[in-house]
Design a protein around this ligand. Structure first.
Ligand code: ADP
Ligand code: MG
Length: 467
């Protein structure tokens, strides 16, 4: 049952959000939202906006911040669903809260078929994630081709289809695209898209409901085993979760035996999902395993041009220069690539400035300084420590033994290579060392790479791991 989101709750959530995003982002993407309803049982909060861009940007970038803020206020994890609606639809929706299941709070999807409704409600797929909007390059052409083949002939060619690749490289996009394509061409098909996290949450809820456990488990099983197409995202989330894996195993068996299509995504190749049941790991490799790599420069430019066109931005020489600049800077994550562009566009609107390379350079350097490269330095430290089996605290400490000092120097070198941090900034990340120490470390590692081909290969592998 859906209830209204009270003004107080919405205010509190907004105030949490305001501490986590910049002022302009807060005004542009959150303040104008209409809170629609809360579904406590399903754990979903619904919001709407009449502005396409707001929904797009929210979904692209801010859902984690949104969910984190809501969790702090509501003391419970909720999924946030933000949907584009006309003002009439919003009114109608608000009128319906506290009645039974207001259907229209679910996002727009292709093909309204009555039998499908139950599934379509779950399937709050982003309509923009379709095949037309997916730019194909050497990095993803195989994954794209098999995804399209599955969409055209579900359960006939490649079953299961397993897609893997790093974060922000288009796995979810491809899965939604498969779903949209199938629903458009065969509206009678029951297509269910679910994140592994939602699958787990639902299962746990059913199991915890001591009074209605049998009924809840029955409807859980029925729901997942009656679909024609199951798209399950981020399966790595099931690692280490024995009972969820077991339930998923039975779901998989039942669907596969009955000739239903299963598409799975993961951040790793199945063989690297070491905390997963062997039976699942081997089944994931029964048919096609397709990877997505980071896009090359040309593909990055094509993605940005496509994105700018979607936003109705004219692509003049200045814009092209900006696009080149972004494509040079952001290499390993399409989500970040797009969000750099979105931010430049929204900053230019907010400050009423024409987009030029100069404007872009200063805006981007703010953005990069503020967030992205923090993360990379941590990632580098983690990867290096794992490689040499030492603790993060060792690398940040002042211990001078070679077993710590050498990995520390490597990590500093990699930070210099792979992030935009300055030498003093890098020093800060390693227990407040000064920039001459960092410089010395970099020189030393550079020399070692030149002199020692085996070590050079080691560093290459480490870099790959980090990407
Ligand atoms: P993942 O699920 O692999 O983390 P997503 O599918 O969420 O990544 O993609 C992140 C963002 O990048 C989305 O907005 C998606 O539309 C966009 N994107 C990724 N790859 C492509 C591509 N090849 N063409 C166009 N957009 C892409
Ligand atoms: Mg994803």
């Amino acid at each position: 049952m859906k209830k209204k989101i009270s003004n107080k709750i919405w205010k509190d959530i907004l105030s949490e959000i305001s501490t986590r995003v910049t002022g302009p982002s807060y005004n542009a993407w959150f303040k104008t939202l209409t809170p629609l309803s809360i579904d406590e049982e399903a754990g979903v909060l619904y919001f709407a906006s009449t502005v396409d861009r707001v929904i797009q940007v929210l979904n692209m970038r801010y859902i984690p911040v949104f969910e984190e803020s809501a969790e702090i206020v509501l003391k419970k994890k909720y999924k946030v669903v933000a949907t584009l609606m006309s003002s009439d639809e919003i009114k109608e929706n608000l009128g319906k809260t506290e009645e039974r299941k207001p259907e229209s709070a679910s996002p727009r999807m292709a093909s309204p078929s009555p039998e499908n409704n139950e599934f379509r409600e779950e399937y709050y797929a982003n309509p923009k994630y379709n095949f037309d909007n997916f730019i194909v390059g050497p990095n993803n052409e195989y994954a794209h081709a098999v995804a399209l083949a599955v969409a055209q002939s579900p359960a006939k060619l490649y079953n299961p289809l397993f897609i893997h690749g790093g974060s922000g490289l288009g796995k979810t996009h491809l899965m939604h695209a498969i779903g949209h394509y199938i629903l458009e061409n065969s509206p009678e098909m029951k297509v269910l898209y679910v994140s592994s996290e939602m699958f787990t949450t639902e299962l746990i809820k059913a199991l915890q409901d001591t009074r209605n456990k049998d009924r809840r488990m029955h409807s859980f099983t029925a729901k997942y085993r009656n679909v024609d197409v199951l798209l399950i995202d981020d399966i790595q989330f099931l690692e280490g979760k024995q009972s969820t894996q077991q339930e998923f195993f039975h779901t998989f068996e039942s669907l596969h035996e009955n000739g239903k299509q299963i598409v799975i995504s993961s951040d790793r190749h199945p063989s690297k999902l070491t905390e997963l049941d062997d039976r699942l790991r081997s089944r994931f490799q029964w048919n096609i395993v397709a990877d997505i790599q980071p896009p090359d420069f040309e593909t990055r430019v094509a993605i940005l041009i496509n994105k700018a066109e979607q936003e109705n931005i004219e692509i003049d020489n200045d814009m092209l220069e900006v696009i080149n600049l972004i494509a040079e800077k952001v290499k390993f994550n399409v989500r970040e690539l797009e969000s750099a562009l979105t931010r430049i566009i929204s900053y230019s609107t907010l400050f009423n400035k024409k987009i030029t390379a100069k404007f872009a350079t200063s805006t981007l350097s703010d953005i990069f300084k503020a967030e992205d490269y923090d993360i990379s330095c941590e990632t580098i430290k983690r990867a290096v420590c794992k490689h040499w089996s030492i603790k993060i605290s060792d690398i940040e400490s002042s211990k001078r033994k070679r077993e710590y000092a050498f990995p520390r120097q490597v990590a500093m070198y990699l930070c210099r290579e792979m992030t935009n941090l300055s030498l003093p900034q890098i020093g800060k990340y390693f227990g407040g060392r000064d920039h001459t120490t960092v410089m010395h470390a970099i020189d030393k590692i550079e020399k070692e790479i030149k002199d020692n081909p085996l070590f050079a290969q080691d560093i290459k592998n480490l870099k790959n791991d980090i990407y």
